[in-house]
Structures are given as structure tokens and as C-alpha cells.
Write a protein that binds this ligand. Structure first.
Ligand code: ADE
Length: 232
């Protein structure tokens, strides 16, 4: 069964973007995931196919009209039980756990906004989940949608192949990942830690676990606190 993504956007040509390359591109060719874009412009009003208007209450920017968005949603929303996700900086923060949830389902229906966003009433009228990919503002929902898709696609069965790196990486245990090294053993006078050349797999695993803890404590005290609370 293919993991299906529908994308409602003003810029359909932005897809599949970089997902055409590397592991996600191969998985697309093998049919492990598929996508379909829906151009919001096709549902616009009048000769100019207008999709947005000025905000009530004043202020900068334009807001996507609820009637236009609703026409588009009614015509294109999934008939199956795929979640509808609106990408927005004021959404719930995306985590590896939520990515695992979306990747383990049949797919998603992604709504990309531009300008100041979409009329808030639409978000209450439809069962739409509002999701942010991080605490920064992008120029629109499309790059966020591509990142959302990338993070899900690499978790689909078969996509990573024998690369089991998905299992032991940053966040899978709530910790950042330990540092990696490869040849040469000495580079620019810097040595690979001796333990990694010891062949003692148990000691290496312990060292890596400790490194992951130290890096998380230092760089992401918020994550460290969460892990500490879970283990209480
Ligand atoms: N659109 C603009 N900024 C965004 C963000 N940080 N996350 C999701 N969608 C966005």
C-alpha cells in the first residue's frame, strides 16, 4: 500500500522538489509513497482567480478567504481517514513522535498557506490539525510540507533499506545522537576516541549512551528534562 499525500497549494510546481532525489526519490519510483497536488488558484474568484483578501481589523498582508478554501477542500479532501494538516508557525510543534504517528497511517492531506495565513473559521469548521515545523517563520507552508513529508517518508517500510540508522538516531530515545567518526583515525592532529577502536562492543555502547546524555544536557536542556521526567 502506498503512503498517499495530497497537497493543497498555490505553488504545485514546488512538489516533489528535493523529494525527487536520493532515498525518497527511489521510494517514489517504487510506489512506496505517492503525491497529488491541488492548485488552490483553480478555486479562486472572478477573472483574477482571487484567493485572498485584506484582514478584518486592519494590518499588513492578506488572508486566504474561507469560501475559496472551503470550495477547494470540499472538492479535493480525502474520502478516506487521512488526517488533514495545515502547516503554520502557530501550530503544534512537530516532533519525531508525531512524525512516527503520521508515517504509520495511510498518508496525509497537507494544506499550505501563504501570506498571513488562512481565515481562522476554516480551522474550526473542518477537522484540521495545525502543525508547525519549528519556531521560525517561513515564506509559506510549502517548504514546511516538504520537510514534513521527508521526515515521514524515511520512516516508511523499505525506504531506508538495510540502513538501520533510523532506529538509533537523534530523538528516537528522546536524546540527541552521539558523535560519529570514520577514517582516517587521525585527522588534522585530532584522534578518534580510543574506545571506538577497542572492539569492545559493550563498552562502545555505554560510551555512546553517555555521550548522547552529555550532548543533550549541554545543548538541549529542554529535551534532557523531559527524558529525566519520563524516567522518574
Ligand atoms: N509556514 C510558515 N512558517 C511555518 C513553520 N514554522 N511551520 C509550518 N508552517 C509554516
Amino acid at each position: 500500500m502506498t503512503w498517499q499525500v495530497d497537497i493543497l497549494t498555490l505553488f504545485p510546481e514546488m512538489f516533489p522538489g528535493f523529494l525527487e532525489f536520493s532515498l525518497s526519490g527511489k521510494a517514489l519510483n517504487r510506489g512506496e509513497w505517492s503525491f497529488c497536488t491541488h492548485a488552490l488558484r483553480n478555486f479562486g474568484l472572478g477573472n483574477h482567480k482571487a484567493v485572498d483578501d485584506t484582514p478584518f481589523g486592519g494590518g499588513a498582508g492578506m488572508v486566504i478567504r474561507p469560501d475559496v478554501l472551503s470550495f477547494a477542500l470540499e472538492a479535493t479532501q480525502p474520502k478516506d481517514n487521512r488526517p488533514m494538516v495545515y502547516l503554520s508557525p502557530k501550530g503544534k510543534l512537530l516532533t519525531q513522535a508525531s512524525i512516527q504517528h503520521y508515517a504509520s497511517g495511510p498518508g496525509v492531506y497537507l494544506i499550505c498557506g501563504r501570506y498571513e495565513g488562512i481565515d481562522d473559521r476554516v480551522l474550526r469548521h473542518y477537522p484540521i490539525e495545525e502543525v508547525s515545523i519549528g519556531d521560525y517563520i517561513l515564506s509559506g507552508g510549502e517548504p514546511a510540507a516538504l520537510i514534513f513529508m521527508d521526515a515521514c517518508i524515511r520512516l516508511l517500510p523499505g525506504v531506508m533499506g538495510s540502513l538501520q540508522s533510523g532506529v538509533e538516531e537523534s530523538f528516537s530515545k528522546g536524546l540527541l545522537e552521539y558523535p560519529h567518526y570514520t577514517k582516517p583515525a587521525v585527522w588534522e592532529g585530532k584522534h578518534v576516541p580510543d574506545i571506538l577502536k577497542s572492539g569492545n562492543h559493550q563498552a562502545i555502547a555505554l560510551w555512546r549512551e553517555k555521550q548522547a546524555q552529555l550532548i543533550t544536557q549541554e545543548r538541549r536542556p529542554d529535551l534532557w528534562e523531559r527524558v529525566a521526567n519520563v524516567n522518574k
